[in-house]
Ligand binder design. Structure first.
Ligand SMILES: C[S@@+](CC[C@H](N)C(=O)[O-])C[C@H]1O[C@@H](n2cnc3c(N)ncnc32)[C@H](O)[C@@H]1O
Length: 286
């Protein structure tokens, strides 16, 4: 996968997604997230050995608007059969729409991760990206992923852990907001510190050859210029949660607004920031 191939693919996906980016269209934020996290998936993750020479049945659980499913289908160059599963029919319609505009084939399947509507041992590779942080019972979903993956097949889970983050100069207020967003996620039944638990979940699921790779993402302030679109996306993403955070009294309006001002002011500062994706892979025993 050359740099030029990756750039071209990112441009194509961005172009094909525009139709679904108009303000007010449902799932606009998920499509934006998919575009803005493209390099997080493509360069470090799809270059991993387990994604080389893909000619397999691949299942993406909680595929949303198709971020990873589309990348996998493109990477496999037509040699793989990629199923994008989600319980959100509208998100899958967007994934399908983008795939048609790109001429990349994926099969959209509406279903619940807790009861995957697929036969046992039918998948070579089963992946889930940014799904596990939302789950009340991650082990139940992992057990479903194991059931539908063939013996010797691979399971890959990509997710976050909010404690793996650095920043210089240090923030004054954003830490409060990040903590509040973590509390909100756990009140909704999820866990934004799921990354550290992936190893244990995989062990308990009886998987073998487990590897957990932590991939850091570094942003170096102004060196590479600014992206107004990305900045607007970051602000929009937190503002969307304001009402619920305040209604649940997880953070005060003052602390929330101070954090958002700091976020906005930070865009013009030459700040070093780092966070990470946790990529856990394992094999289903033969
Ligand atoms: C943050 S999005 C991630 C989307 C995509 N994987 C990505 O990397 O951008 C989480 C997705 O999981 C889906 N989801 C959550 N719980 C689910 C469940 N029980 N069954 C199926 N999908 C689920 C949501 O509808 C949403 O599309």
């Amino acid at each position: 996968m050359s740099q030029a191939e990756v750039q071209n693919w990112v441009q194509s996906v961005t172009g094909a997604s525009q139709l679904f980016l108009e303000r007010g269209k449902p799932h606009c934020r998920l499509v934006k997230q998919s575009i803005h996290t493209h390099f997080r998936r493509l360069v470090p993750i799809l270059s991993m050995a387990c994604f080389e020479n893909l000619s397999a049945s691949i299942l993406d659980v909680g595929a949303g608007t198709g971020a990873l499913a589309l990348d996998l289908a493109w990477r496999a160059g037509g040699k793989a059969f990629v199923t994008a599963l989600d319980n959100d029919r509208e998100a899958l319609k967007i994934a399908q729409g983008i795939s048609e505009r790109l001429g990349v084939r994926i099969s959209a399947l509406v279903g619940n991760a807790y009861a995957l509507p697929l036969k046992d041992a039918g998948q070579d590779v089963t992946v889930a990206r940014y799904l596990f942080q939302h789950l009340t019972e991650p082990s139940a979903v992992l057990s479903q992923m194991r059931r539908v993956t063939r013996p010797g097949g691979r399971i890959v889970i990509i997710d976050v852990d909010d404690d793996v983050a650095l920043c210089d100069p240090a923030e004054q207020h954003m830490g409060n907001l990040r903590k509040a967003l973590g509390v909100l996620q756990s009140e909704r039944g999820g866990n934004r510190r799921i990354g550290r638990h992936l190893y244990r979940l995989m062990r308990e699921a009886g998987l073998m050859a487990i590897q957990v790779i932590v991939i850091p993402f570094v942003r170096m302030g102004l060196q590479n210029g600014r992206s107004r679109e990305l900045e607007a996306f970051k602000v929009e993403r937190v503002l969307e949660e304001r009402k619920e955070l305040l209604d649940r009294a997880i953070i005060t309006a003052r602390d929330f607004d101070l954090a958002v001002s700091e976020l906005e002011q930070g865009f013009s500062q030459d700040r070093f920031e780092m966070d990470a994706d946790f990529v856990a892979t394992a094999l289903v025993p033969q």
